[in-house]
Write a protein that binds this ligand. Structure first.
Ligand code: GLN
Length: 550
């Protein structure tokens, strides 16, 4: 087993500074230097996972290949790197206490008093070490500590990572602290005091940061770096600027590279021999990131996509989806403009006014009955006006409901999630879900294989006959209606390999240019350097639509 290097990232002064994208960018830079990485998040809340939280509280629930419901930061980690993350990459205080208490009940602490130090801190350290055990060849394990230094909740995590360096040796562990460096008036003096206080707070927990990253409006001047260096006891070259991004978060690997963040990490760990310092090595991966940037900076070839969803007021609630749509643009060398609509606002009276300006319509996943009718109306509009349509999860289920009502004439067709008494329950509960009462972690979750129908749009886009995609749902297409749908022109283009579950539907190319809906969530597997084929296909169809329709 290799001896991996550990990098811990904490945050100070304010929340929402972008620790997730920062650690993900560090992962991207290390991969660009040919190291392998995995990234873990330690979240200081008491929920076992965010699966039971409202998207408005927590943003989207990101689903891993092995079916864990995790923090959306894991989405950034996967999008910025080539790592495939698993359940163990997402740890919460709730999980830590849950396992400590279960062990206590089993008598495993042999009569001792169970305490935060060492029992809770040991459990935290074990969770970090589990990544090493399960990834024996990994070079770097990056760990993000959620929350802000100074919060009551993060104290056990800080104590655990302090001890961790003692256990593993300073030469194998590094602490990076991300803080906020405000300017009081526009263009005015930049204030380093909050950063000084934040570092003092970390010192109280026995942690001296090795690298400081300052979120600011623009690149930090040399004298500001000098001041921070002096007061915070960090070498000047290890004070790194994180200026506001101009177009996209995918600028960050380039920004950090130009600030020599990866050089400093390499030097700290003495890895220069394996990976020469900046200046002496060319970097094909960074060039790919630069290409991503160039497309975002473009102004021409903008394609407009309408997202008709439920939790649209919060961008984070559909974070992976919006990212995947942008990746679809990258695949077509086009910039995408996304306009969000709350499906509650859409009616048959106003749908044309709302959506006629768009070259593609997408209905994403969701739960609960609010706004379902608006989605059905938007889908009918897309189908009848031959506007490219992409439905995901609930967006597939509502496409099926729409087709049942308006093409098959099944009046009152519905999902039993919303109308248990529907005369045409075209979407219904999966058999294994009927007796489930617990809400947390009980849906159909994670990656499942799906067989694609020869000649379908799905097969054409994926260039494969079998694929694997991630799920998060309880309801599914009701099998007894399959033949009627197919006869009326809805193609069942993807099924589980044993044919028992419908995983995707589409309309024949003869009747519609691009109408595809999937029960799974393809957005979780899209990456800027590797856009997902369905998003690439959807945006390609949207560009063609806008060309054909002026
Ligand atoms: N509410 C639907 C179900 O549980 C769809 C879920 C989703 O869109 N993620 O099946």
């Amino acid at each position: 087993m290799k001896k991996p290097k550990f990098i811990f990232v904490t945050g100070g002064v304010a929340s929402s500074l972008g620790k997730g994208v920062t650690i993900a960018s560090i992962g991207a830079l290390l991969e660009a230097r040919d190291f392998t990485v995995t990234i873990q998040k330690l979240d200081p809340y008491l929920n076992i996972d965010p699966g039971t939280m409202s998207p408005y509280q927590h943003g989207e629930v990101y689903v891993t290949e092995d079916g864990a419901e995790t923090d959306l930061d894991l989405g950034y980690y996967e999008r910025f790197t080539s790592a495939t993350l698993a359940r163990e990459n997402s740890v919460t205080t709730g999980q830590i206490y849950n396992s400590v208490i279960q062990r206590e009940r089993r008598g495993e602490y042999l009569g001792r008093t169970v305490q935060v130090v060492p029992h809770v801190t040991n459990e935290i350290k074990n969770r970090i070490l589990a990544l090493k055990k399960n990834n024996p060849d990994i070079d770097f394990i990056l760990v993000e500590i959620g929350g802000t230094v100074g919060d009551i909740e993060s104290v056990p995590f800080l104590e655990a990572i302090r001890q961790f360096r003692l256990d593993q040796g300073a030469e194998n562990c590094m602490y990076i602290h991300l803080t906020f460096i405000p300017t009081i008036t526009e263009g005015g003096e930049i204030k380093t005091k909050p950063t000084q206080h934040s570092v003092k707070e970390l010192l109280k927990h026995g942690i001296q940061p090795d690298i400081l990253i300052g979120r600011t409006h623009s690149i930090l001047e040399e004298e500001v770096k000098e001041k921070i260096s002096l007061f915070c006891n960090v070498k000047k070259s290890r004070v790194i600027s994180a200026p506001d991004i101009r177009h996209t978060i995918y600028e960050l690997p380039r920004i950090y590279h130009d600030e020599k963040l990866d050089d400093e990490i390499i030097q700290y760990f003495g890895l220069q021999e394996k990976s020469p310092l900046f200046g002496s090595f060319s970097n094909p991966v960074l060039e790919k990131w630069d290409k991503v940037l160039r497309i975002h900076e473009k102004t021409e070839k903008i394609v407009k996509i309408a997202v008709v969803g439920k939790y649209i007021a919060l961008h984070d609630a559909y974070r992976s989806l919006y990212e995947a749509i942008m990746h679809g643009g990258l695949a077509n060398d086009a910039k995408v403009e996304i306009v969000k609509f709350s499906s509650e606002d859409i009616t048959t009276g106003n749908v044309a006014d709302m959506l006629s300006d768009f070259s593609g319509i997408l209905v994403p996943g969701g739960f609960g009955s609010r706004g379902i009718q608006g989605k059905v109306t938007a889908i009918q509009y897309a189908r009848e006006n031959k506007i490219p349509y992409f439905g995901i999860c609930l967006g597939m289920q509502t496409a099926v409901i729409e087709f049942a009502r308006n093409v098959l004439g099944f009046s009152g067709a519905h999902s039993t999630e919303f109308d248990p008494e529907s005369p045409y329950p075209v979407i219904s509960l999966m058999d294994e879900q009927v007796d489930v009462s617990d809400k947390g972690g009980t849906m159909r979750l994670g990656a499942y294989p799906c067989k694609l129908k020869p000649g379908s749009i799905m097969e054409e886009e994926y260039r494969a006959s079998q694929i694997v995609e991630r799920h998060r749902h309880r309801f599914e297409f009701t099998n007894k209606y399959r033949t009627e749908f197919e006869k009326a022109g809805m193609i069942i283009s993807g099924t589980s390999p044993d044919d028992s579950l419908v995983e995707s539907v589409e309309l024949s190319r003869k009747n519609h240019p691009w109408f595809v809906a999937t029960q799974f969530h393809p957005e979780f597997k899209s990456r800027p350097l590797k856009p997902h084929p369905l998003f690439a296909g959807f945006i390609r169809a949207a560009i063609r639509y806008s060309q054909d329709n002026g």
